[in-house]
Design a protein around this ligand. Structure first.
Ligand code: NAP
Ligand code: F7E
Length: 337
């Protein structure tokens, strides 16, 4: 039986990866931060909470990481933990650098010293492309991060490739474009939209207040993306791979897809912060804009080229953005029923 450790096991991807590895017969361990009220709600939602072994873990604590690795003898180590909300990284840039950047070095240096056989996965991100230098973005596109989150992730990415090249470690980076699900954190734009629209469909009069509707994202389903993470660690040689759908969609169109899944008919009117959407079926205002949700520097366009992963790993995204919006909106609607 193979043994895996997942940092960030309580997050969206951690929950889906746990479920996937358990189905493959792995013994699954994961790191949980000590907080006053332990939160394993996603693992519970997937019914795997009792099947995984949880350990107290924080990426900012070197000796904590050392003991976990020394005592575990893991075959595979997936580093999914991060301060993952881009918006907050301007408020806590030093923390983002420590956890999302230096935290990766803490793991790699421990693995190199006491467990060099362990295969390592680093959660890199399309946010590293930021102000994109090429369309679509691939493994060879130059990085130009636009947030403290993205800058820290570039360090995490390069320290992983550096340890692979310096110490011949099996360390791979998945450059994942946005992936969502009914387990997505509530502050990310897709889930914020589907939760609020589901409430409106149940009778609420409160519109969703958003920021920049013109940003474009390449959105896939998280359940697909964790399979790609695993596939990277099964290759003879470690490498870096883009996982993406190859399609890009504005926030505005995501709203339309989610609203239509809930039998609304959004009609858009106005421009900039005066833009609104009204449900033509009910006359209710469903979208408003506030400057509060605009970012100091925006990532305007992301669209990934997943052809390397398709060829080498046999990986493809199975859910398109309209299906994804519908899945999330209906799940949120059902949660409220
Ligand atoms: P998520 O739902 O926000 O989960 C993040 C996890 O990291 C949570 O379990 C969180 O624990 C944990 N964590 C945060 N700070 C930590 C610390 N200091 N020490 C230990 N654990 C800590 O994120 P996700 O969507 O699953 O994403 C997984 C990874 O992929 C992240 O590294 C993210 O940056 C990266 N990524 C995500 C996407 C995407 O679209 N989802 C795309 C590219 C890359 P708590 O539950 O205690 O907060
Ligand atoms: O924003 C715009 C916002 O917060 C998407 C993380 O998983 O994916 C995620 O980062 C877009 C941005 O995700 C609101 O300005 C408009 O252009 O859902 P988001 P993100 O920043 O793309 C990457 C790949 C990661 O690695 C990250 O960990 O939506 N937007 N109005 C808004 N965004 C939010 N959150 N809230 C709004 O009201």
């Amino acid at each position: 039986m193979k043994k895996a450790f997942i940092t960030g096991i309580t997050g969206q991807d951690g929950a889906y990866l746990s479920q996937f590895l358990l189905e493959k017969g792995y013994e699954v361990h994961g790191g949980v931060r000590r907080i006053s009220q332990p939160e394993t709600v996603r693992l519970e939602q997937l019914g795997v909470e009792k099947d995984v072994h949880l350990h107290e873990f924080d990426l900012s604590e070197g000796n904590n990481i050392f003991r976990i690795i020394r005592d575990g003898e893991y075959d595979e180590f997936y580093n999914l933990a991060a301060q993952s909300f881009v918006g907050s990284s301007w408020d806590q840039p030093i923390y983002a650098a420590d956890v999302n950047g230096v935290g990766v070095a803490r793991i790699l240096d421990t693995l190199r010293t006491i467990s060099p056989h362990t295969r390592f996965y680093q959660a890199s991100t399309s946010e590293m492309y930021g102000l994109v230098q090429e369309v679509p973005q691939s493994e060879t596109t130059r990085f130009y991060p636009r947030s403290p989150y993205g800058v820290a992730k570039v360090y995490g990415h390069y320290i992983t490739t550096n340890y692979r090249e310096s110490f011949d470690m099996h360390a791979s980076c998945g450059i994942l474009f946005n992936h969502e699900s009914p387990l997505r954190g509530k502050e990310f734009v897709t889930r914020k939209i589907t939760m609020a629209l589901a409430k409106i469909a149940h009778g609420s009069d409160d519109p969703v207040v958003l920021g920049n509707l013109n940003a474009k994202r390449d959105w896939g389903f998280a359940g697909d993306y964790v399979k790609g993470m695993w596939a990277m660690l099964q290759q003879d040689q470690a490498d870096d791979y883009v996982l993406a759908t190859g399609e890009t969609t504005t926030i505005r169109d995501f709203v339309t897809f989610a609203a239509e899944a809930l039998d609304m008919k959004p009609e858009w009117d106005g421009e900039g912060i005066n833009e609104v959407a009204v449900d033509a079926n009910t006359g209710k205002r469903i979208i408003e804009i506030s400057e509060k949700f605009f970012r100091p520097a925006e990532v305007d366009l992301l669209i990934g080229d997943p052809s390397k992963a398709q060829k080498a790993l046999g990986w493809t995204a199975s859910v398109d953005v309209r299906e994804l919006a519908s899945m999330m909106a209906k799940a949120d609607y059902d949660n409220l029923s």
